[in-house]
Design a binder for this molecule. Structure first.
Ligand SMILES: NC(=O)C1=CN([C@@H]2O[C@H](COP(=O)(O)OP(=O)(O)OC[C@H]3O[C@@H](n4cnc5c(N)ncnc54)[C@H](OP(=O)(O)O)[C@@H]3O)[C@@H](O)[C@H]2O)C=CC1
Ligand SMILES: N[C@@H](CC=O)C(=O)O
Length: 429
């Protein structure tokens, strides 16, 4: 059987999983592709840290050019992460006629369309299924199974680390810091977890999902992004007592031909499917005009689930090599859509404030809400020490513009302090 040589950049959490699957499932992969896939070279930073590789007859190097310029290597698997210098390495691989598989959402979200164009010009594949929702085959599903439908909304939990942290805080009463440390030890978090906890990692995934769902390229500054790093445990408990679970939710919706893409902590009703997603698992709800709402669920981070997606891309690329074709996953096919205005985006909101526990104070809050033409479904005083009270209001559906007015008015009222404002997800019908 003919062989196809594969080179890798990176051998960390994901790379280690790719190597394991490629070794253990070699026979099955050969049967499916008709080619023997052979990892011949792996570039890492610290060669001495990977003594196990020499025993496998694989060359380990700290020189990425040894992989990128090897004329025998046909597929380069990039699992080292980061944008620079990784982007240049991928460009070099593509210009050298190699096919590229990557798990790098930071890079694809920021420079994906440029890379796809280079891949197309060089008749190479550039696949990145693992970049969104780890082990869930969501990109290929959108490309293949939603091709005939018109997608109206994509929303879900697309960051494993933050969902793991929130689950541990709610279920085990763990502190935020302890839960983050555990997510890092389990290999879910990025090498620098800032992007995870600040919602940026989820935002990158929503940028890629938006491109796949609507054919439109958006950039990070087009999104409204908030992470979980500022959530107060009091609000998590308060939400719980009101029948909600706090989740970091990404949403990309088409509203009157305008796009609204966001990532933020959201109160999810306990009977909504997203409320049941635990630990590092992810779930993506895709609403199509014809099919209605569908849900895709599975592990969103971690060694083996992510590696499974990477290897499925390696197999897809190999099949293309055998067929003599190339099939770039995607590129934006529409002009940039306008972004939805705050007056077009509607939701119910959870608003938490602190105020002196004196008669007449609550009236000031209700006046602010009334002036913004906002009615509420619930107002509760959640705690008081006799001097200061915490009050939570859940609004009916209002526009984001109305929410901005309410927040501005609260900021101007010296005796009321805004503690939190979160979107409340509609019950799933
Ligand atoms: N972890 C996860 O659950 C998921 C990760 N991803 C993405 O996969 C990619 C890899 O993540 P992960 O495996 O967790 O990362 P790790 O930090 O575990 O591994 C990174 C690897 O890349 C190597 N590396 C880093 N910089 C260089 C460089 N300049 N030259 C050569 N080698 C380098 C490191 O070498 P050394 O070993 O010597 O330090 C290491 O082997 C990232 O893009 C990440 O966002 C996507 C989905 C899920
Ligand atoms: N850090 C990411 C890894 C997968 O993309 C996450 O936690 O989801």
């Amino acid at each position: 059987m003919e062989s196809i040589k594969v080179g890798m950049l990176g051998l960390g959490t994901v790379g280690g999983g790719v190597l394991k699957i490629m070794q253990e499932h070699q026979e099955k992969i050969s049967a499916i592709t008709g080619r023997r896939l052979e990892i011949t070279k792996i570039a890492v930073r610290h060669v001495a840290a990977h003594p196990e590789v020499a025993e496998l007859g694989i060359e380990l190097t700290d020189d990425v050019n040894a992989v990128l310029n090897d004329p025998d290597i046909q597929i380069v698997v990039e699992v080292m992460g980061g944008v620079d210098p990784t982007k240049d390495y991928i460009i070099q691989a593509l210009k050298n006629g190699k096919h590229v598989v990557t798990a790098n959402k930071d890079l694809i979200a920021q420079r994906g369309s440029e890379l796809v164009k280079i891949a197309q010009a060089n008749h190479s594949d550039l696949f990145y299924e693992a970049s969104v929702a780890g082990g869930i085959p969501i990109l290929r599903t959108i490309v293949n199974s939603f091709a005939a439908d018109q997608i109206e909304d994509v929303k879900g939990i697309v960051n494993g680390t933050t969902n793991y942290i929130l689950t541990q805080m709610v279920a085990k009463g763990m502190t935020y810091e302890a839960a983050l440390k555990s997510a890092q030890e389990l290999g879910f978090a990025e090498s620098d977890p800032t992007n995870d906890v600040k919602g940026i990692d989820a935002a990158y995934k929503m940028i890629i999902l938006t491109q796949f769902a609507y054919g439109t390229n958006v950039k990070l500054s087009d999104l409204s992004v908030e992470g979980i790093d500022k959530i107060d445990a009091v609000d998590i408990q308060q939400a719980k007592s009101m029948g909600y679970t706090v989740k970091l939710v990404g949403e990309s919706a088409e509203i009157n031909d305008h796009l609204a893409v966001s990532v933020a902590p959201v109160l999810v009703p306990n009977d909504h499917p997203l409320a049941t997603i635990q630990n590092e698992n992810n779930a993506v709800l895709v609403k199509g005009a014809a099919v209605g709402t569908t849900m895709f669920y599975g592990p969103g981070a971690g060694k083996m689930p992510t590696a499974n997606s990477v290897v499925s891309d390696i197999i897809a690329t190999t099949k293309n090599i055998v067929l003599g074709t190339s099939g770039n996953t995607f590129n934006g096919y529409r002009q940039k859509a306008a972004l939805a205005k705050p007056s077009e985006i509607f939701s119910s909101y959870y608003i938490a404030v602190k105020m002196p526990d004196i008669p007449g104070q609550l009236l000031k809050l209700t006046q602010i809400l009334t002036e913004a033409q906002t009615s509420v479904s619930q107002v509760v005083q959640t705690e008081t020490d006799g001097k200061e009270a915490r009050v939570v209001a859940i609004t009916h559906n209002i526009s984001l513009a109305q929410l901005h007015t309410i927040i501005d008015q609260i900021d101007q009222e010296a005796s009321i302090e805004l503690k939190a404002s979160y979107k409340v997800l509609e019950a799933q019908k």
